[in-house]
Design a protein around this ligand. Sequence first.
Ligand code: SF4
Length: 410
Amino acid sequence: MLRERGQREVFCGLTGIVWLHRKIQDAFFLVVGSRTCAHLIQSAAGVMIFAEPRFATAIIEERDLAGLADMNEELDRVVDQLLARRPDIRLLFLVGSCPSEVIKLDLGRAAARLSLRHRPAVRILSYSGSGIETTFTQGEDACLAALVPELPREEGKSLLVVGSLAEVVEDQFRRIFADLEIGPVRFLPPRRAEDLPPVGPETSFLLAQPFLGETARTLEERGATRLEAPFPLGAEGTTGWLAAAAAAWRIEPDRFRDVISPCRERSRNALARYRAELAGKRVFFFPDSQLEVPLARFLSSELGMELVEVGTPYLHRRHLAEELALLPPGTLLSEGQHVERQLDRCRAARPDITVCGLGLANPLEAEGLTTKWSIELVFTPIHGYEQAADLAGLFARPLRRREALSGMPM
Ligand code: SF4
């Protein structure tokens, strides 16, 4: 295990708004930040002109930074205007940024103050999406952790799946849990702010994403219990993840096998053709999405790829224990980043494919290395049995493209 501290090349937590605003359909994300933040969000979301967007930036101007304006008054005015114009908003997140943190604007207090004015029609919460010492998936963690204290209390037994999943994936999991007679099953985040899932001492939760450390901690504070499991990536990861819920509900092993086997077999068969293509290929992960460890496990154990280095921004040892146990012995793990040193290691190793952020992908491609953008793995449905082959395809495609290009006359 290599621990590195140095310059990092990652997006900030504002990026999470790109998928969260599509997920919670009556929520609105108001970034309190600079023009840079506004540009990031607009270009990352790919939306410049949109009839009714569900995110915006309240720009901190220079006179605000110089302390010439009362920021809180201005923020209240912007929020009042927004909510008057958009009565469909049920949940408003004030999202902090680097500039709002630097000037120490207390968005938690602002959210509490504004809530008094706008409840019960609108719930107003805050979290930080700042890029200071964080990576981009922590935006979702901070957002969900802000929601946890708002969840209603429940006394009965239930399963909570935690982490944004594509709706098609949620529906597949819902069907499998129903076939296993596990339930009630709920999802965080919900599709609508009005459907916040209840939580209590009898709630068991499964993390669907490995970057939700703070959310898990706040759920545990509410008395819920995390089920120890690998993450539902690939046929085997998904089986292990479902098995954790089945064990908690004391489902008979035969019954579990009967329900799971057809999906698992279909998934394995779909993966077989990618295995032929990817086995023996060497992969190098730069730290970015925090999905690196489960992905590395999937690529090595289900597709036979070789792991050159598995870099991750943070290694949550407890949440990743099952994944780490499934990595080949001797896998080089690195936590944190010193980008120059890591680039040197990558160039020296000449992996077949390098998983990294957008900032590194272009220069590495120019040096003849094949890359995969890690952010794409967060935007694409990759969880569960039916998506396992799509996930493998995301790694096969750049290799095919490189091969096709190398055969072309220059
Ligand atoms: Fe840049 Fe920070 Fe704004 Fe993110 S939050 S866009 S890192 S200034």
